[in-house]
Design a protein around this ligand. Sequence first.
Ligand code: HPA
Length: 268
Amino acid sequence: MSKNADTLAQAIREKAGDAPVQIGLILGSGLGHIADQVEGVAIPYTDLQGFPHAGVSGHNPNLVIGTLEGVRVAVFGGRAHYYESGRGDAMRLPLEVLKALGADTMIATNAAGSMRAEMPTGSIMCLSDHINFSGLNPLIGEPTDARFVPMKDAYDPAIRIALHKAADAAAVDMHDGDYAWYSGPSFETPAEIRAIAMLGADAVGMSTVPEVILARFLGLKAAAISTITNMAAGMSDEAISHEHTKAMAPIGAAKLEKVLRGYLRSLA
Ligand code: HPA
C-alpha cells in the first residue's frame, strides 16, 4: 500500500467518518445515478491528490462514501481508462485507497457492446471471466513478486452466485459471459469483433479488466457487471458512438441498480 493511499484514506475518514467501508463500486459510463442514492459524503476527485482526472463525459468524478441498503460503500463515480493517459495502472491509487478504507470487495460496472444476438441492447451481463485483448497490464513495472497474480476465479464465484440470486429475486434477466478488454478509444472494427467472438468473448469494452487485475493484486474480491449499450461493431445496423452509449446506458442501469441493491441487502 502506498503512503499516499494511507494519507488519502485518513483525509477521507476525517470527512466521511471512521466506520470501515465494506464494498467499493466503480460506476461506468451513464451509470452514475446510483451514487446519488448513497446517504453520505461526496468528495470530488480533484480534492484527492493523485486521483485520476476521470474526464470522460458520462462520468461524475466524485468519491461518495456512505450507506446504501445498510452497507457501508465507497462509490467511485468516475474511472480512469487506459486510453485517457496511456497508463494501465490509472486506477491503482483509488483501489489502494479503497483497500485502506477497509473494503474487502470491489464491484465494477461498465457499458459494453454485445457479441450475442440473444443479449441485445438494454441487457445486463455478469462477468464470469475476461480476455485481455489489449495485451496491456496494470502491473507492468510493479517490482515485487506480488505482481504474479493468479487470475483463475478472479470474478469471485460466491459473489456471482449472490448477484444472480439478487437478479432472480428482482425478476431481472442477468446473462453470464466473458468480457474482452479492448484499449479504445476508437471502437473496434467488425473484423476485430469477429475475431474476439471466435475467441469466446461475449461482450467488449474499454475498462474493468485493469481494475479487476489490480483488485486481485491488492487482495480485494472482485466482480463486475456490464450494461449492454449496443451490439458490437458489424453485428447490427445500430449506431455505435459514445453518445449512443450514454443514451442507452439507463436501460440496463435500471436493472443493474436492482441487482446491486438486492445484493447489498443480502449482506446487510
Ligand atoms: N465497444 C467498446 N466499448 C464499448 C462498446 C463497444 O461496442 N459499447 C460501450 N462501450
